[in-house]
Design a protein around this ligand. Structure first.
Ligand code: HEC
Length: 148
């Protein structure tokens, strides 16, 4: 049994209910077929998205997040280290160190710590795009990642 199956159905259901409320209030379509299978990190993602909203961003879409993820600038993109298929292992382009899959459905503690999220957004957006990502871009990317 892997760590994905550790959580009880009850806590998963409660969190899905809370997440659905949060995401709906952020104008994300509740009809999205993936809402039923939101990962456990989704509740925290909702809080994080609200903080980006407070900075003037939103509504957020997973489609825009995926587009940012794949966006290439001078041969660099988020996929350079994390791969395009975020359920796969990644590898740091400079150090060649392995990076656990970004998908919270595979790596349970993904996207659970807002300080960690912000630290790496700053570092990675600057490595990839030579600038900070905007609150809109961060929200879109987080929403997309949270559904993987
Ligand atoms: C040069 C390699 C590299 C690139 C390119 C890169 N990342 Fe990362 N990223 C890392 C490393 C290393 C970590 C921290 C190790 C870990 O979390 O496994 C990380 C962590 C993160 C985290 C925190 C994950 C968590 O668990 O909270 C986010 C969010 C993230 N990256 C988003 C992005 C985005 C968005 C892009 C594209 C703009 C990107 N990364 C490009 C190397 C990279």
């Amino acid at each position: 049994m892997n760590r994905l199956t550790r959580h009880t159905n009850k806590s998963r259901l409660t969190i899905v209910a809370i997440s659905t409320l949060l995401l709906t209030s952020l104008s994300v379509s509740a009809a999205n077929s993936k809402v039923q299978s939101l990962p456990l990190s989704a509740e925290r993602i909702g809080t994080q998205l609200q903080s980006y909203q407070a900075q003037g961003a939103g509504p957020f879409t997973a489609a825009a997040g995926q587009k940012l993820w794949l966006q290439d600038m001078d041969g660099r993109s988020c996929t350079s280290c994390h791969t395009a298929k975020v359920t796969n292992m990644g590898m740091h382009q400079n150090t060649r160190k392995p990076i656990d899959p970004m998908a919270p459905s595979i790596t349970a503690d993904r996207l659970t710590d807002s300080a960690k999220i912000e630290k790496w957004f700053t570092r990675n957006c600057n490595w990839t795009f030579k600038r900070d990502c905007t609150p809109q871009e961060k929200g879109d990317a987080l929403l997309w990642l949270s559904l993987q």
